[in-house]
Design a protein around this ligand. Structure first.
Ligand code: AMP
Ligand code: ZN
Ligand code: FE
Ligand code: FE
Length: 296
């Protein structure tokens, strides 16, 4: 039986999504998929919800994969979206759960507005069409709208839906509520968790996450680390972020950001985290005394 945070040649992927948010594998299927590709540790980090964690942790103990509970919080800096990973948070923390509920509420409210926009752009859809793609997710997002567009035959896949219509700056983009980044980090820390910037230099994020601001977040904002190895980072970005993390003495993680069938090129285990880094992350969680679904 594997126990949490042992060492050796462990293969560790700390960022993945289930049907609790916008992945296409149920939490149990996600963990089974991790086992099939030989992962020892899987971080389950659904957008703005802890809803998939209990099922994932249970599947992990059955299958023999260590599930690291996490969440990917939708934050913003100066109006630009920034994704923030929280590991080992107390999933019952009142302030954190209230904020996540507010963000999910903003997601729900956006769906009819996006549907209206698509109708006006000549792509008739209904909220029910999106809900059919949303399934059990309480954290609906653009990928579910994309799936409804695919089902209606308007686009071939999620990528095309984003590139042509849904991405920032495209005709059907609609913003939604996101918590301010520094408050998001504070909420994770207050809930006993470890705060890591997800894919800091992907898409628009790079413009608002300059090196000196990341330094500021570490020195004054409670930031614990950055995701370095991610498919959205090219080799020069990874090298620069690796140097930055080493200079600052912060955690540097590597992850797939797997979403199942919907996102091509983000296969489980395509990037991994050094076991020694994961050990440090676990030590921080333990030191902060968080209660998580696996130990509460
Ligand atoms: P939302 O939660 O509605 O803001 O949608 C964000 C999710 O959609 C991300 O987690 C990605 O999985 C996916 N996504 C965002 N932008 C793109 C893009 N340009 N191309 C493909 N997928 C994207
Ligand atoms: Zn996603
Ligand atoms: Fe993300
Ligand atoms: Fe993600």
């Amino acid at each position: 039986m594997r126990t949490s945070c042992n060492n050796g040649d462990m293969r560790i992927d700390l960022h993945s999504h289930s049907t609790a948010s916008d992945g296409t594998d149920s939490p149990a299927e996600l963990v089974a998929a991790a086992e099939r590709v030989g992962l020892d540790v899987l971080g389950v980090t659904d957008h703005d919800t802890f809803a998939g964690l209990d099922e994932a942790v249970r599947a992990g103990s059955r299958i023999g994969v260590i599930v690291q509970p996490g969440v990917e919080i939708s934050t913003q800096r100066q109006g630009t979206s920034v994704h923030l990973l929280g590991y080992g948070c107390d999933s019952t923390d009142a302030d954190l759960t209230a904020e996540l509920a507010a963000i999910r509420d903003g997601r729900q409210q956006r769906i009819p507005r996006m549907v209206d926009k698509l109708v006006s752009l000549g792509m008739p859809l209904t909220v029910a069409d999106v809900q059919a793609c949303q399934g059990t997710s309480l954290s609906p997002g653009r990928p579910h709208v994309a799936d409804a567009m695919i089902a209606a035959g308007y686009v071939a896949n999620r990528q095309q839906a984003f590139d042509d219509w849904l991405a920032v700056g495209r005709p059907a983009y609609i913003p939604r509520y996101e918590v301010e980044l520094e408050r998001g980090i504070g909420l994770i820390r207050q809930a006993g968790g470890v705060a890591i910037l997800a894919h800091p230099w992907s898409r628009q994020q790079r413009a608002v996450l300059a090196v000196d601001y990341i330094e500021y977040l570490v020195a004054h904002g409670g930031l614990d680390g950055i995701e370095v190895d991610h498919q959205d980072h090219d080799a020069p970005m990874r090298a620069q972020l690796r140097d930055l993390a080493a200079d600052l003495g912060i955690l540097m993680t590597g992850s797939s950001d797997y979403h199942g069938r919907g996102k091509i090129g983000y296969d489980l285990g395509c990037n991994t985290t050094d076991p020694q880094v994961y050990q440090k992350l676990c030590a921080l969680i333990t030191a902060r005394g968080a209660r998580t679904p696996s130990n509460r």
